[in-house]
Design a protein around this ligand. Structure first.
Ligand code: ATP
Length: 591
């Protein structure tokens, strides 16, 4: 496919806002794609070069892109800067400048999608001394040969500014329509995606081998499985009832989630966000090789710092010091980690994901029996609420954050938050026990003492994963330190949107809209119903429409922006509704 054809699909996508129209346009695009380019088209549409675990970044900043445009169009950097300020968008600036430039097109070469994608990979792979200039030249060559419309997208792609409004869920539905004319294949495609975390690969498999390729999709070593996540319930009684009268109860460690893949002596460790974090954990890699007697294995665990001298776990604020790029070995010996394994998905060539948890746990315990560093989580089997409560209390007193109950009969529920795992954290009855990870969709200007920061608070949304949209749930005006306000203002200014961004559903208007990109962690006293917000909105008994909202929300945590979380990790509308229902039940019990 020629790049200009892809651009015209993107222009069409840009012009529509209904999800169904987007799916139609995108499925048409996928139908027209060749087998050897569909994966790349999916990556470009996602705005990435590769799935997260490959760790391939463009490594190009706005200023460098300006220099590329300068080289390609003959305009000065000042002129480019002015156009950028006028347009508020580098892609649009590139379009306008190409239109005006005398050097309009340097050649008649027509770029294919694969040409552009390969060039971007080359750009990403350029590193070391002199790489900055090389990158600028590589991009300038493509801009020079591009039409104005193509240049707009050539610039937007590496700057992560494509904003086509298509989440993974919309892309999966479009692939389903491509292959079958209907959206019904989405669950099968999602299953394959959950096994490999690579949407490009799923698209390629579907285009090459059709539905049968997808239904035979298997775990691959060194491609992370999308992690299973836990639901919440506030009481031991409810947990046992949900689990059918008996369950495993695991200690919940507050550290780093580690999905470990090993084959022979090769070991890789992936984070909850599916990034390859192996380099951070030389001690764990060595321990996995030393302590686990298996040729190939995939297992899930949590790494937490442990003070051997006093026999205590360290809080997350300390464990996080292990997250670093330099001085890794020193920190590893100063702050050793323990890796608590809580699930196993693959062993010596055998996929265990569909085995009941009871069996998986047995395998795990057999394999990790004598581990000094890698060991199974502390756990019990509970049949009575009292057992859960006592174990919970003991766990809290040892400095951990709570427990996770596990359904004994459940398979591994990759990529989803389900009741196979139910977490119960330290909570205060009547108050919301858990924090929410919300998406920033807008911000307000500061007044009074805040006016110097030009920042007064955030408009935040939950993720409605059924509709693939962001629904507002709260305005947040407290909990910020001065440094956090400065950081938020700086980062949010870079992603301002002229109007309400496409996938945002809102009844309120902030001073500035921003494109959904960043997650913040919010604590609140209560969830209430309110006509102001769209999260879970529904018609009430009295005929009015109301959504859910937070009461007394405040930002928590040292980091304002949760760089470790992506949009998919945000608290969903469904979870907000569940938290509201649970809070109601706790209150009734209290009174
Ligand atoms: P939280 O902030 O509570 O960790 P989260 O959204 O990151 O929330 P949850 O689904 O709430 O994740 O909780 C599951 C997380 O808890 C896992 O991702 C894992 O990192 C961690 N964890 C610690 N101990 C366990 C355990 N024994 N079983 C499962 N997960 C555990």
């Amino acid at each position: 496919m020629l790049f200009k054809e892809l651009v015209s699909f993107y222009e069409r996508l840009d012009a529509v806002s209904s999800r169904l129209s987007m799916i139609d346009i995108m499925s048409e695009l996928f139908k027209k794609s060749e087998k050897d380019e569909i994966a790349n088209i999916v990556y470009i549409t996602q705005g990435v070069l590769a799935p997260p675990f490959e760790g391939i970044e463009f490594g190009i900043a706005e200023k460098m892109v300006e220099e590329s445009i300068a080289l390609a169009t003959g305009f000065t950097k000042d002129e480019i800067d002015k156009e950028y300020k006028r347009q508020g968008d580098m892609g649009k600036a590139a379009f306008a400048l190409k239109e005006k430039s005398k050097l309009r097109r340097m050649s008649n070469k027509e770029y294919t999608v694969n040409d552009v994608y390969d060039t971007m990979r080359k750009l990403a792979a350029t590193s070391g001394s002199g790489s900055k200039d090389q990158k600028i030249k590589i991009l300038a060559n493509v801009i020079a040969a591009a039409t104005p419309a193509e240049a707009k997208y050539v610039v937007k792609y590496p700057l992560d500014e494509l904003r086509l409004g298509a989440g993974d869920s919309t892309i999966l539905e479009a692939l389903s329509v491509m292959a079958t004319g209907k959206r019904a294949l989405k669950p099968e495609l999602e299953k394959a995606y959950n096994l490999c975390s690579d949407l490009g690969l799923v698209a390629e498999e579907l285009a090459s081998n059709g539905e049968s390729g997808i239904s035979h999709f298997k775990i691959s070593l060194f491609k992370p499985i999308r992690p299973a996540l836990a639901e919440r319930l506030p009481t031991a009684e409810e947990i046992l009832e949900k689990m059918g009268g008996t369950c495993f109860v695991d200690q919940k460690y507050d550290g780093f989630r580690c999905q470990v893949h090993k084959e022979g002596s090769k070991v890789k460790i992936f984070s909850r966000r599916l990034e390859d974090t192996t380099a951070m954990y030389p001690d764990l890699v060595a321990a996995v090789n030393k302590e686990i007697n298996a040729h190939s294995i995939v297992f899930d665990g949590e790494a937490i710092a442990y003070n051997e001298d006093i026999g205590e776990f360290l809080p997350f604020q300390q464990t996080i010091q292990r997250k670093r790029k330099h001085g890794i070995e020193e920190k590893a010996s100063e702050m050793p980690l323990r890796l608590f394994a809580f699930d196993i998905m693959f062993l010596d060539g055998k996929d265990l994901m569909n085995e009941p948890y009871r069996k998986r746990r047995e395998e795990l315990e057999r394999l990790l029996e004598r581990g000094a560093v890698v060991r199974p989580t502390g756990s019990i089997i509970a049949k009575e609420p009292k057992q859960i409560d006592e174990f919970f209390q003991a766990t809290i007193s040892s400095g951990l954050e709570g427990v996770v109950a596990k359904d004994m009969n459940s398979p591994y529920t990759a990529g989803s938050r389900g009741f196979a795992w139910i977490k119960m954290k330290r909570s205060y009855k009547g108050e919301l026990s858990d924090t929410l990870d919300l998406i920033v969709v807008g911000y307000y200007l500061g007044h009074g003492s805040r006016s110097e920061f030009k920042f007064g608070g955030l408009l935040c949304a939950a993720y409605n994963d059924k509709k693939d949209v962001f629904e507002t749930v709260t305005r947040v005006g407290s909990g910020f330190t001065e440094a956090q306000m400065i950081e938020l203002k700086r980062e949010l200014d870079k992603i301002k949107s002229e109007g309400k961004p496409k996938r945002v559903d809102a009844n309120v208007e902030p001073d500035f809209w921003v494109y959904p990109k960043y997650i913040v962690t919010i604590k609140a006293d209560e969830i209430t119903k309110s006509p102001m917000h769209t999260c879970g909105k529904a018609v009430q008994k009295d005929g009015t429409e109301a959504g859910y909202a937070l009461r007394f929300p405040r930002l928590v945590g040292d980091e304002a922006i949760r760089k470790d979380k992506g949009l998919d990790d945000a608290t969903t509308t469904k979870e907000v509704i569940e938290m509201y229902d649970q809070q109601k039940r706790v209150k009734i019990e209290d009174s």
